[in-house]
Design a binder for this molecule. Structure first.
Ligand SMILES: *Cc1c(COP(=O)(O)O)cnc(C)c1O
Length: 388
């Protein structure tokens, strides 16, 4: 089968469709086959072409890893059975006594993993406001090894200056890992800004159709890749070939979906901001968003994630709006084609103690939207009727 000749500098949409995938060598099948196998027959003991046992490697997963790496302008990709599995692998690079600086409005599951699993193993986490880089510097000690950031943040859409964090980290020989789930590789590429590791909950925009749980890491450094691949194989949180196929398929429309998510996000954000019952809208595309300039510098557009609070700031009032929407589905998760509505205080961020939550600005009426790719006018009509 003739190999595809790929130019070095493909544009994003071309990469989304072509990077990492080749016609199947035996049949020419244009879609990557689902290699549903646990093991591979060897010519003699140890004589194989890189495929010995499917926890270590699977051709469907390999194609996907190459595709995601290409989208992040990285050299090496690794897929995991969930975003948390990917995050877990990064923390397993550390030793007891090592310290991590991370943000104080992190994804709830990451907070839980750090706090309730890894603190027991003697790893120290500092949760700080990373939108102020000087603040992070105060927590650096000789034991600090990793800066873990998430931008835009969940659910307050705060923006962290990735390049500024990288500059600080380089001075102190720290690694920088960026949870790039909210932005997706379409909007932001942290490795280009000097980060060492990009993490994705592939479950969200990369998969894009709310039908897969998966995670990924992308890195440029070969030793770091080898260490992470060792952890992936040794600990075993690898995804199956069916899910890998679904994500390969989802990625083919990533650029088209993201363009529409961004358009719809913009329309919904402006609609909510002008609504008399809305107190505040959190969306980095507003010029008066406190970190708008950084968002503009490091992101290509502002995405389809936004949050808002109500003037009548109570959980009951938020619950009434969430009950009244027809098109938005009340659900955790984000990044799928369908619009979702969510109440962080009682759902995604329920694992964060209330005092901690309020201190970090997650008020009772805060509602988060994952704006999908439906027609924007229908989404606006739905929110309008729900708020009455
Ligand atoms: C969903 C999510 C995760 C966790 O990913 P899973 O695939 O659910 O394990 C991590 N970070 C962010 C920002 C997320 O939205």
């Amino acid at each position: 089968m003739r190999k595809k000749e790929m130019p070095d500098h493909m544009q994003f949409g071309t990469k989304a469709i072509h990077a990492g995938v080749e016609p199947d060598p035996t049949t020419g099948s244009i879609m990557t086959p689902i290699y549903q196998t646990s093991t591979y027959v060897q010519e003699g003991p140890g004589q194989h072409k890189g495929y010995a046992y499917a926890r270590g490697a699977n051709p469907t997963r390999n194609s996907l890893q190459k595709s995601i790496a290409a989208l992040e302008n990285g050299r090496f990709g690794l897929c995991f059975s969930s975003g948390m599995g990917a995050t877990d692998a990064v923390i397993r690079l550390l030793n007891p006594g090592d310290e991590v600086i991370t943000s104080n409005d992190l994804y709830g599951g990451s907070y839980r993993l750090f706090k309730r699993v890894y603190e027991r193993f003697g790893i120290v986490f500092h949760f700080v406001d990373l939108s102020n880089v000087q603040e992070a510097e105060k927590y650096i000690t000789p034991n600090t090894k990793l800066l873990w950031l998430e931008t835009p943040s969940n659910p307050l859409m705060r923006i962290i200056d990735i390049a500024a964090c990288v500059a600080l980290a380089k001075q102190h020989h720290l690694r920088v890992a960026v949870d790039n789930t909210f932005a997706s590789p379409y909007l932001q590429n942290p490795l280009d800004l000097g980060a060492d590791i990009v993490m994705h909950s592939v479950t969200k925009y990369l998969g894009g159709h709310s039908d897969v749980i998966m995670g990924a890491l992308v890195v440029n450094d070969e030793k770091l890749y080898t260490d992470l691949a060792f952890i992936a194989n040794a600990c075993g949180a690898v995804p199956g070939p069916q899910d890998s196929f679904l994500v390969l398929r989802g990625i083919k429309t990533l650029h088209l979906r993201m363009e529409r998510h961004c358009q719809n996000g913009r329309v919904v954000a402006h609609f909510l901001r002008s609504h008399p019952k809305v107190a505040q809208v959190y969306w980095p595309g507003f010029e008066d968003h406190p970190n708008h300039a950084i968002a503009k510098k490091q992101m290509r557009d502002f995405g389809g994630m936004l949050s808002f609070t109500l003037k009548d700031d109570s959980q009951e009032n938020a619950a009434r709006v969430m009950k009244s929407v027809q098109l938005f589905s009340l659900a955790e998760s984000l990044g799928g084609v369908e619009s979702l509505i969510n109440h962080p205080a009682s759902m995604t961020h329920a694992s964060i103690p209330k005092e901690e939550r309020i201190k970090n600005g997650l008020s009772d009426s805060l509602i988060r939207l994952s704006v999908g790719v439906e027609d924007a006018s229908d989404l606006v009509d739905d929110l309008g009727q729900a708020m009455g």
